[in-house]
Design a protein around this ligand. Sequence first.
Ligand code: ATP
Ligand code: MG
Length: 423
Amino acid sequence: MKIQSIRGMNDILPDQSANWQYLEQTLTEVLAAYAYREIRMPILEQSELFKRSIGSVTDIVEKEMYSFEDRNGDQLSLRPEGTAGCVRACIQQGLLHNQTQRLWYQGPMFRHERPQKGRLRQFHQVGVEAFGFSGPDIDAELLILTARLWRQLGIQQGLILQINSLGEAADRARYRLALVAYLGDRQDQLDADSQLRLQTNPMRILDSKNLATQALLEGAPVLAEFIDGASREHFEKLCGLLDAAGVVYEVNPRLVRGLDYYSKTVFEWVTDSLGAQGTVCAGGRYDGLVEQIGGKPCPGVGFALGMERLLLLLDALDAVPDSVARQVDVYVVAVGDVAAQASAIAEQLRSEIVGLRVELHCAGGSFKAQLKKADKSGARVALILGEDECANGNFGVKYLREKRDQETVDRVRLVSNLATIFS
Ligand code: ATP
Ligand code: MG
């Protein structure tokens, strides 16, 4: 029996990694443009961290975490998301002491869910968090940043921004009573999961994917009506800032998010191009979280985007530039006993033309076979070295992607020609 990978945990193969790198690079550039700095946290944390932050009666903590006891008897979990670990790191390292932080991180997250398109057990997020800012201006900045990212990636037409306000804990407590009263009278019409939630975490019912439950919720009390002055003002100011910046959004009064730590602003960027898994980016404000994890009170707001879903969307909208797939510029064909000269010219080209990607043919073979490989590599130019060329200090240059005659040039012309083509 061959050993297989774990279900829902994928290999990312070389043919796919070019798209990953393109996405990562675009993200890195956009985040740098807003002066966000990268933080790297461990993938394992104490299970208690996630229970305390995400909430012990959420789907993630109840059913989805990879938790185990290590050799010391400590209860550990593979991180299901990044915010908790980021907050833990910031408190532990004193990053929140009398200062603000704009941070981002990336990497794998782990949730034991049913694998399907856009839903994996090991998936990847880029997360962005801002600490120490209590006003709506930073909420707006995060959304303006994501809008720029979609424009940069050419997928803005496929995404809709939904926003809502969850108010303060006290608002939600009052709302919770009203919701429980409404749903309590209609318990028999709820799906089994929601019946359970009615006892443990009734707000989560709003997030139910069950159609009958969703229909029942049409008549339920709306959270917005329970939200007090300060949160309402925060939300109205945010809407004003988004309007001023030209970021289009929809207010979705049923948007609640699946984690307990949010307050005030919540948002999701959704698409209808990916079927059921349509949320590619989601987040919100979590002003109580830092204190909940043991730090001094400090406001926070952030989001995470799902890399796999974004890549699916790039694909669905045919948004990846053709150049991304090309990973080789020049393929060096070396026929006969010319290995040393071929290696030397490949080295020289790499040194003199910054960023040039040169694949050196290794392991011999006929001219024809090597040329076939050159073509398959995606290179624009095949550089041809035979024993004759070497003896004369010349190189053959064959253009693989355009109608242009093969040329024979010396070393100096070669470098200047290639520098022009690949500048
Ligand atoms: P969903 O409602 O789709 O389960 P979620 O609310 O659980 O999403 P978050 O915890 O907010 O998701 O994570 C932020 C983003 O990470 C999601 O919008 C999605 O793009 C991505 N994501 C979450 N879970 C998965 C998963 N199992 N596989 C792939 N991507 C995921
Ligand atoms: Mg989920």
